[in-house]
Write a protein that binds this ligand. Structure first.
Ligand SMILES: [Fe+2]
Length: 164
């Protein structure tokens, strides 16, 4: 997990997480702190293993999860789409961590598509699909105090029970 630990120790990465924490101090809905990123990383890899995909490594799964929301702070500040912005911010972090160009391409595409609900597209990779499913599975909606105000609650796979 050398490349994953390089991400975790990258000061730029840590700064994005601090910015997310700062912007979400008053937020009552889902937050996008480190715990969420790690939950998504682990569930993404579980899904990849369950699906038996030998082309997506553990490090690629973790990189996608750990980086998928790093630009969320700028959605609050400037209204940018945080999925594509997070993919953009991920590029130099992935390069410094030592991921190849092919790995970076798949990871960044998965990050930029993590909010897409359409799973029927032939253009989505197994990593892209696993990342967006993991994002939903990671949330403990059935015990969330804000569930009554949440517009996404009825669509969440964890509205009644834990899945992963
Ligand atoms: Fe997100």
């Amino acid at each position: 997990m050398k490349k994953v630990n390089a991400i975790l120790n990258n000061p730029v990465y840590l700064d994005h997480i601090e910015k997310n924490i700062g912007e979400e101090k008053e937020r009552s809905f889902c937050r996008h702190h480190f715990d969420h990123l790690l939950d998504v990383a682990r569930i993404t890899y579980i899904l990849i293993l369950e699906e038996g995909n030998p082309f997506i490594s553990r490090e690629m799964s973790y990189a996608a999860g750990l980086l998928h929301d790093i630009g969320r702070w700028n959605e609050y500040r400037e209204g940018v789409d945080h999925a594509s912005y997070s993919a953009e911010l991920a590029e130099p972090i992935l390069t410094e961590a030592g991921f190849t160009a092919a790995e970076k391409g798949l990871i960044k595409k998965a990050i930029s598509e993590h909010r897409l609900k359409d799973e029927s597209s032939k253009h989505r990779s197994p990593l892209s699909l696993a990342l967006s499913r993991a994002d939903s599975f990671s949330r403990l909606c059935y015990r969330c105090e804000a569930s009554k105000m949440c517009r996404k609650f009825d669509r969440q796979p964890t509205r009644n029970s834990l899945k992963y």
